[in-house]
Design a protein around this ligand. Structure first.
Ligand code: IPE
Ligand code: IPE
Ligand code: MG
Length: 256
């Protein structure tokens, strides 16, 4: 029987802070790196989930600008893990139609990691099933500073005037500008903060937090987040009456 209920709203773009790997390991009296390894397995499940549910874009926070300050041993172990994952997973991602890209200050990684990042991006460039963006050596403040620097260079070269700078031109220079902004943000691990993730892009994103540690995340956790998201009323600064009339909603374009 046909139902009058509108189709369930699925986020076009999901952004996740994958937190809690260290605590997951510590609770098992294991070194933190074991938690990071378990976290890498959860990433695969999450990618499958997005493909199955028709989520077009997934952005994962893998390593923040501030994470460089962790003990050398942990940073080293994470770099090894990145390198191995880039070698072992990319072909499979390509086979599944995933387009991979990296956002962040790439110059801070060693040559081997940078080369594998470039290889992954080039290989998967033509894929469109899922746009996977990995935020690595990424900070939201860095992203905005980087955009501002680009605009300043345009002004200095006489390509634009200072008064041409607006939300659109700055937004176009931030990471992921070609995607719709995240509809849904998830942070695992129980902390209620943004930790310098996509500061510009999250302006009107729906936020969802769970105590579940990242390595324990499974399809059931993600389904719960999606169910919660489907119930939210997104008003974008308007009134409830306005948003129930779709014609008055702001266009859901790219990240400008
Ligand atoms: C997130 O897990 C992964 C990275 C930041 C690299 P954490 O390593 O922050 O785990 P907790 O928060 O200490 O449990
Ligand atoms: C945020 O987690 C970064 C990543 C998950 C990659 P952190 O563990 O670094 O954040 P804080 O330190 O708890 O704010
Ligand atoms: Mg953490």
């Amino acid at each position: 029987m046909a139902s009058d209920a509108p189709p369930a709203r699925v986020p076009r773009h999901l952004a996740i802070i994958m937190d809690g790997n260290g605590r997951w390991a510590e609770r098992r009296r294991r070194p933190r790196v074991i938690g990071h390894r378990a976290g890498a397995r959860a990433v695969n499940q999450c990618i499958d989930f997005c493909i199955e549910h028709g989520i077009g874009a997934l952005t994962l926070f893998a390593f923040s600008s501030e994470n460089w300050g962790r003990p050398e041993e942990e940073v080293g172990a994470l770099m090894k893990l990145f390198l191995n994952a880039l070698a072992s997973e990319v072909e499979e991602l390509h086979r599944r139609g995933v387009r991979v890209r990296f956002i962040g200050e790439r110059e801070r990684f060693g040559d081997a990691i940078r080369a594998r990042m470039e290889h992954a991006e080039t290989l998967t460039r033509g894929n469109a099933t899922l746009h996977l963006s990995i935020a690595a050596s990424y900070g939201g403040r860095w992203d905005i500073v980087n955009a501002a620097r680009g605009l300043a260079a345009d002004v200095a070269a006489g390509r634009i005037r200072p008064e041409d700078i607006d939300e659109r031109s700055l937004g176009m220079r931030t990471a992921l500008a070609d995607l719709p902004p995240p509809d849904l943000f998830i942070r695992t691990g129980g902390d209620l903060r943004i930790s310098n993730f996509l500061l510009w892009q999250l302006a009107y994103t729906e936020l969802w937090f769970t105590e579940t540690l990242w390595p324990d995340v499974d399809a059931a956790t993600l389904r719960q987040a999606l169910a919660d998201y489907a119930m939210r009323e997104r008003r974008f600064g308007l009134t409830g009456a306005q948003v129930s009339t779709p014609s008055s909603m702001p266009p859901s374009g790219t990240n400008e």
